[in-house]
Design a protein around this ligand. Structure first.
Ligand SMILES: CCCCCCC/C=C/C(=O)SCCNC(=O)CCNC(=O)[C@H](O)C(C)(C)COP(=O)(O)OP(=O)(O)OC[C@H]1O[C@@H](n2cnc3c(N)ncnc32)[C@H](O)[C@@H]1OP(=O)(O)O
Length: 300
């Protein structure tokens, strides 16, 4: 899939080939590689390659909560595109480097108090990340080691398989209604595809965030394991998926996922315009304000 993000100069600058990780992470040997294989990535995305296994672990590190800002989305897209185009890799494991948080979802500050042009650019990047992960030719496994609301849940749902750490705080779900906003149709489609129509209908309207046992029961995740086994489980699951010939698995994945992706691909611009119109409403901006204030007050 060709990436055609219409980004402004700032974000385009991030789309340079494979920025190296600054500081301590630069050139750190990948865990378990033992043979001088180097980590790479960008400030917010650390990639630990295991070329022998054909697998890369992609760690999100946009502290404090891995909210999906425009810059972070752009870095994720660069990493994904790079891995996708490198024949060394057949699978990626997406996980978090922020303790207790997989991803807090879309960055509310990219939608609150912003002008329409910014909102449009942001939404295009959100669409792009979803399409990139959802339609990836690689096996994509989510090693979900923290809470994963809304956009974080969408990212998880776009993986081929989800392993969630068994910690009652690590809830997952599309909780948009709790913020006074609406999950777009393609978020909804992915949830319906995963847990079925009736369960999705309830979960979406009530903004359910499922704790691990409920998440497993409803099928929003595939496996729940003790926290210290999330990465090793993701690795063993990856081995099972990689035992399937790539061409057969990829064509099958495409067969299953293409109709869902096509619904967005056929109306991307209209979806962006719809988002901008919706998010710019006074009532929605007020809801976001109230929610952001709640997050602040929770602290103090
Ligand atoms: C037609 C289209 C309609 C529109 C569609 C829009 C679809 C939207 C999808 C989304 O993803 S919206 C985002 C949904 N996310 C959430 O509801 C999660 C909100 N965050 C939390 O509940 C908590 O922060 C947490 C993730 C449980 C972590 O809690 P913790 O106590 O560890 O940290 P906090 O003190 O709450 O947060 C630290 C810091 O981060 C800020 N923050 C948290 N989440 C976000 C976010 N999603 N975007 C931007 N900023 C976020 C929080 O305000 C704190 O900031 P400071 O006070 O330190 O400045």
């Amino acid at each position: 899939m060709a990436l055609t993000v219409g980004l402004r100069p700032l974000t385009r600058a991030l789309l340079r080939p494979w920025a190296r990780v600054p500081g301590a992470a630069l050139g750190r040997p990948a865990a378990g590689s033992g043979d001088g294989v180097r980590c790479f990535g960008s400030p917010r995305v650390l990639v630990e390659p295991d070329p022998a296994a054909g697998v890369a672990v992609m760690k999100m590190r946009n502290p404090p909560v891995n909210s999906l800002s425009l810059e972070f989305l752009t870095e994720l897209l660069i990493s994904l595109e790079k891995l996708e185009n490198d024949k060394t890799f057949r699978g990626i494991i997406i996980t978090s480097d922020c303790p207790g948080i997989f991803s807090a979802g879309l960055d509310l500050l990219e939608m609150y108090g912003r002008d329409p042009a910014h909102c449009a650019e942001y939404w295009k990047a959100v669409q792009e990340l979803w399409l990139r992960v959802y339609l990836s030719n690689l096996v994509v496994i989510g090693a979900i080691n923290g809470i994963s609301p809304a956009g974080g849940c969408l990212l998880s749902l776009s993986c081929d398989y989800r392993v969630l750490a068994n910690n009652p705080k690590y809830a997952i779900g599309l909780n948009e209604t709790l913020l006074g906003i609406i999950a777009p149709f393609w978020f909804k489609d992915v949830l319906v595809n995963t847990i079925g129509h009736r369960a999705a209908e309830r979960a979406l309207q009530l903004g359910f965030l499922f704790p691990p046992s409920d998440a497993l029961q409803v099928g929003i995740v595939d496996q729940v394991v003790p926290e210290d086994q999330v990465q090793s489980t993701a690795r063993s699951v990856m081995a099972q998926w990689l035992a399937i010939p790539d061409h057969a698995r990829q064509l099958t994945k495409n067969l299953v996922r293409k109709p869902t992706a096509d619904r967005l691909l056929q109306q991307r611009d209209a979806d962006i315009q719809n988002f901008v119109r919706f998010i710019s409403r006074d009532s929605i901006q007020k809801s976001l304000h109230v929610y952001l204030e709640k997050l602040k007050q929770k602290k103090g």
